[in-house]
Design a protein around this ligand. Structure first.
Ligand SMILES: NC(=O)c1ccc[n+]([C@@H]2O[C@H](COP(=O)([O-])OP(=O)(O)OC[C@H]3O[C@@H](n4cnc5c(N)ncnc54)[C@H](O)[C@@H]3O)[C@@H](O)[C@H]2O)c1
Ligand SMILES: [Zn+2]
Length: 243
């Protein structure tokens, strides 16, 4: 049950915060029509992650991995942000905040949010595996696409299994969660490391923790408030109370 009382308390915490951080995962984009990984209808029930999303399989069979990503790129390019993405961009206009996302779909930017760290990269960018040059994906290019500078294979600029995160992004994320006073965690099972360690850091820092997810997660007992609802229900209510 979401009472007016609870909504007011949570919104007040956000309104009074001096350092607000959002952390989002695949669940926030589910209502935009993008499957999550671990829900009962999630992607990993259909595909084997070790075969399709690991760096070693990319090197062994780049064409196969590219075919998987190309399907996702084509599908995600047709998707639009939902009420939850838009609510976060509206909150950013009202309160200085930072958004850390595990999503690679670019929907937060499409919704207008500016202060974003895409911890797992962006499916619409590519990076050369040799000279590391980055560019925007040409969705019509033949796959696997090749680097125009050195001729090596370009890889979707997303973090595959066996790869580490971009160190600058990670340092910024750690600094943000080490100093935030409110953290809002939406649509993530918190099963993927190292990102799933970020809420713990905020917890140890006595940050006020709000979780929004229709399902419990291992982090639920540590949250000050856990909403068992979709982000598209709760976040617009917070926006209304902040206005
Ligand atoms: N849209 C995307 O960019 C996308 C899609 C699939 C996977 N991924 C990748 O999946 C990895 C896995 O971790 P994850 O934790 O992000 O996803 P996950 O699939 O492990 O978990 C999704 C979570 O979202 C919750 N959820 C479902 N519908 C929701 C809603 N309407 N509102 C709020 N929560 C909802 C589920 O209960 C679940 O806990 C990340 O590395 C990410 O890069 C990204
Ligand atoms: Zn190159």
């Amino acid at each position: 049950m979401i009472t007016d009382e609870i909504m007011k308390t949570v919104s007040k915490k956000i309104d009074n915060s001096t350092s607000l951080v959002f952390l989002t995962g695949a669940g926030i984009s589910k209502e935009s029509g993008i499957p999550t990984f671990r829900d009962h209808d999630g992607l990993w029930k259909t595909y084997d992650p070790a075969k399709l999303a690991s760096y070693s399989s990319f090197i062994t069979n780049p064409k196969l991995v590219w075919e998987f990503f190309h399907d996702r790129q084509k599908s995600i390019s047709t998707k639009e942000p939902n009420k939850a993405h838009f609510a976060i961009s509206e909150i950013e206009l009202l309160k200085k905040s930072w958004l850390l996302t595990q999503n690679i779909d670019g929907l937060h930017s499409k919704a207008g949010t500016k202060n974003i760290i895409e911890l797992h990269g962006n499916i619409f960018n590519v990076k050369c595996i040799n000279c590391l040059r980055k560019e925007v994906l040409d969705i019509n290019a033949e796959i696997p696409p090749l680097c125009r500078d050195c001729g090596s294979i370009l890889k979707p600029d997303v973090i595959l299994f066996e790869e580490t995160l971009d160190m600058d992004n990670w340092d910024t994320a750690i600094n943000l969660v080490s100093s935030c006073d409110v953290m809002v965690i939406i649509g993530t099972s918190l099963e993927v490391g190292p990102v799933n360690t970020l809420p713990n850091i905020a917890y140890k820092n006595n940050s006020f923790l709000i979780e929004i997810n229709p399902q419990d997660t291992w982090f639920t007992p540590y949250a000050d408030f856990s909403f068992r609802y979709s982000g598209s229900i709760i976040l617009p209510k917070i926006v209304e109370l902040l206005k």
